[in-house]
Design a protein around this ligand. Structure first.
Ligand SMILES: [Zn+2]
Length: 103
């Protein structure tokens, strides 16, 4: 589902805009991402081992936490866009607590 970016849409960050009715949109293509209660609800999520984040992840996380650490990323759901919207390093069981909610 595509929304429209117009003057009434306000940018939340570089990739997400919010319309006055609370609908969140990809700032690059206008795809609907969710609403103000869960800005990235319709995003495509990918979870991989934390080492996939690159050379900045150098230390074995098992020295610090008792569960695996993962790289979790959210992408625009429009297959012609697929902009990376969010990247986070989290423990494997952490819910989507860091997803954005705007009130
Ligand atoms: Zn997009």
């Amino acid at each position: 589902m595509m929304g429209t970016l117009d003057d009434a849409a306000r940018r939340v960050d570089d990739n997400v805009s919010l319309k006055l009715d609370g609908t969140s949109l990809c700032s690059h293509c206008g795809a609907v991402l969710g609403d103000s209660s869960d800005v990235l609800r319709a995003a495509h999520w990918r979870t991989q081992p934390a080492a996939q984040a690159g050379p900045c992840i150098r230390v074995d996380a098992s020295q610090f936490v008792n569960e695996p650490v993962r790289l979790r990323q959210a992408f625009c759901p429009n297959p012609d866009c697929l902009t990376l919207l969010l990247t986070e390093i989290i423990t494997a069981t952490e819910p989507h607590l860091r997803a954005k909610a705007l009130k």
